[in-house]
Design a protein around this ligand. Sequence first.
Ligand code: AQP
Length: 324
Amino acid sequence: MKVRVFSGVQPTGQLHIGNYLGALKNWAEIQAEYESIFCIVDLHAITLFQDPEELLANIRQTAALFIACGIDAQLSSIIVQSSVPAHTELAWLLNCVTPVGWLNRMTQFKSKAEQQETVGAGLLNYPVLMAADILLYQASIVPVGEDQSQHLELTRDIAQRFNSLYGEHFVMPATKLPTVGARIMGLDDPGQKMSKSAAGTNHAIGLLDEPKVVQKKIARATTDSLPAVDPENMGPGVANLIAIAEACDPSLNKEVFAGLRYGDLKKRVAEAVIARLEPIQQKFRAVTADRCYVDTVLSESRGRVMPIAEDTVRKTKVAMGLYV
Ligand code: AQP
C-alpha cells in the first residue's frame, strides 16, 4: 500500500505564488509516489466571514487551479472539505481531547483574532479541524508552507494524546517543507508572509495575474537602499525576490544575481515568474472551458475518499466507547 499524503488550501481568494511555491508545486512533484488527497478547506475559510457567492466561486476556482498547477485528477483525489461530513465529525471527537491552552498558544489564532471585533469559536478550533483533516486519512506526510509548521506540531500532539488515552490509533504525520519557497513574503512588506487576504494591490502575485501585472508588481516591490545585489548582505525584500526567482527556476540562485542593479534584478525575477505562470494559466483556461469538468473531478474524488474517512470515524468512535 502506498504511503498517504494530505494537504489543503483555503478558498479565501485567488491563490498566489506563495501558495504555489510553498505547497502546490511540491504536491505536483510528489503525487506519483504516494496516494495523495488534496483538499479545498472551505470549512476553514468560514472561520472568518466569506461572501457566500464568492466562496462558492472560489471553491471551484481553487479546484481548477489545483489541476492547472499539475495535480493529476487520475493520480490524486481533489476534494472539498465540507462535502465529506467525516471531517467535522472527527473534529468534534478531537476537540474533546484537546486542551484549550494548546489552542490559545497558536500564533495564527492570535494574529487573526487581533484583527476581529468578535472572535468566533471556529477560529480558535481551526487547528483541531486541521488535525481532523489529516488524521481522518491516516496521512503520513503533509506537504505545506512553513507557516503551517506550528499547526502540524499540534496535530501530532493531539494524535499522541488520543493514542495515550485510547490506545494506538492515529498515524503520526510528518511535515514536509519545500527546500526553497517555504515562506514567500509580501512584495510590499517583506516582513509579512504573502497572504491571500492581506490588503493592498501590490502585496501578492496571483496565479492568474497577466504578465504586465506581474511586471508592474515586481517593479514596485520593496527593496532597500543598497545599489545592487550583494549575496553576502541582502535585505529581506531582495532576498525574497531571489527566493521567488529560485523557486521558479532552480538555476537562479543568489550568486547569479551578484552585482546586478535592483531594476535589472526585478526584470529577471519577473521573467522567471511569468515563465512559471504561463503554462498554469493556459491549463486553467482549458480546464475551465468545460463547465462540468471540475465538478466531475470533485464528485469522483469524494466517492474515492468517503470510505476511508468513514472507516476512521467509526474506529475512532469505537475506541472512545461511543455507540456506532
Ligand atoms: N507566503 C507563503 N509562502 C509559502 N507557502 C505559503 N502558503 C500560504 N502562504 C504561503 C502555503 O499554502 C498552503 C495553503 O495556505 P492556506 O490557503 O490554507 O492558508 P494560509 O497559509 O493562511 O494562506 P493565505 O494565503 O495566507 O490565506 P489567508 O489570507 O486566507 O489566511 C499552505 O500549505 C501554506 O503553508
